[in-house]
Design a protein around this ligand. Structure first.
Ligand code: ASP
Length: 392
């Protein structure tokens, strides 16, 4: 079977752990792998801006002894002449052994994977997912804070359009971690992620109010979504929202995202994110938390944090190379991860329905490929972007 990596659920938990173990081994001797993928060619097809993801994938392939061809400027690709993604992908796939795709539309990577002969890796598809960033995030959490199951992670910022947190929240909950999602400007986690988190056996979620983080977030009554084992959820009086005290909580990491200005759809256009600065450094809640960010940061983290040992975002970016080297070795069939079946329930295809997400690739440019399915609860979902669909 072709080894695509479109969503974080394409790899089960054991496979994710095995990839991290492999990255650990690679990391001890980054220069010692130049004979691992000789003769292999990777196509980087980046139809949306990128610095770290593209360069770390390319560095990874080159360090493995393979080669790279790149199309990284959407303005000079045939997309501006009106070529569909479907056509572009078929061509690139016929030139290379593995395609790494970034695209502004949700579901683009699933579409590409369904058409390509070779493996396709999702390097970010609209506001859907960014699973290789999650590999890097999990790997950083494990390297710096130990077993992921034991951790409590605060996700903070634009959680609706920040695709990295969609893949990350799913993975954290799969590993048994606790997630506290603090969204700014009403930009909460999208429904498809929330429903997925809620469906994990033994897990539950509830909205909570945090009143003791005023020093960091500059307001009282910060609302958050807590996702944790059922037994750990606070109880609220009927009609009230439960209070969550953070003073005594051990938070292993705070994961910050920027406002995804390029994706806001008239919702919260003026939202700004409070800056994480010296107040954060002094907060007892976060005294032992590392700070992660998929980068680029555009003001959400003050530079004064950079010299603090808890600022882990540059270390996190550096780990992108060994973990992506491990991923490429798997995608190209050089290692087995005992993957078994992909995680999660696959959708059952359903006729006569269509995706209603304006950001989905099937709505934007490839309606011929539109396919909708029902999830385990009978809800209609797009097979590409995973958002709700409706009967036409
Ligand atoms: N680099 C990440 C992404 O492509 C995060 C971001 O752009 O905010 O999703």
């Amino acid at each position: 079977m072709k080894r695509d990596f479109v969503t974080i659920d394409d790899l089960p938990d054991a496979a994710l752990s095995n990839l991290m173990d492999l990255a650990d081994r690679i990391r001890t001797n980054l220069r010692g792998h130049a004979a691992d993928l000789p003769g292999y060619l990777m196509g980087s097809l980046f139809l949306e801006p990128s610095t770290r993801t593209r360069l770390s994938f390319e560095a990874s392939m080159l360090r493995l002894g393979g080669r790279v061809i790149t199309s990284s400027d959407p303005a000079t690709s045939s997309a501006v002449k009106g070529e569909t993604l479907a056509d572009t992908v078929r061509i690139v796939d016929s030139y290379v052994d593995v395609t790494v795709l970034r695209h502004p539309s949700a579901g683009a990577a699933r579409l590409a994977a369904s058409l390509a002969r070779g493996p396709v890796i999702n390097a970010g598809d609209g506001s859907h997912e960014h699973p290789s960033q999650t590999l890097c995030d999990l790997y950083t959490l494990r390297s710096e804070r130990g077993p992921i199951a034991a951790q409590t992670v605060v996700l903070y910022g634009d959680l609706r359009y920040g695709r990295t947190v969609h893949s990350l929240a799913r993975a954290l909950v799969r590993f048994g971690a606790r997630v506290i999602a603090i969204a700014e400007g009403g930009l909460n986690l999208p429904e498809f992620v929330v429903e997925d988190l809620a469906s994990r056996p033994g897990y539950g979620m509830c909205m909570v109010q945090i009143n003791d983080l005023e020093d960091v977030f500059r307001r009282r009554g910060v609302e958050a979504m807590l996702v944790a084992p059922q037994t750990e959820l606070p109880t609220a009086k009927a009609g009230e929202i439960a209070e969550l005290s953070m003073r005594t909580k051990k938070v292993h990491a705070i994961y910050v995202t920027r406002l995804q200005k390029e994706r806001l759809r008239g919702d919260a256009p003026s939202a700004t994110l409070p800056i994480l600065d010296h107040r954060f450094l002094k907060s007892p809640t976060f005294s032992d938390s590392i700070v992660l960010h998929p980068l680029p940061r555009v003001g959400e983290i003050a530079r004064e944090l950079d010299s603090d040992p808890r600022a882990a975002y540059f270390r996190q970016a550096a780990l992108g190379v060994p973990i992506r080297m491990a991923l490429l070795l798997w995608s190209c069939g050089m290692v087995d991860l005992d993957v078994g079946h992909p995680h999660g329930t696959r959708l059952v295809p359903c006729r006569g329905a269509e995706c209603v997400n304006p950001g989905c690739i099937t709505v934007k440019e490839a309606p011929d490929f539109a396919e909708v399915g029902r999830d385990a609860q009978g809800r209609l979902r797009c097979l590409f972007c995973e958002e709700r669909a409706s009967i036409s």
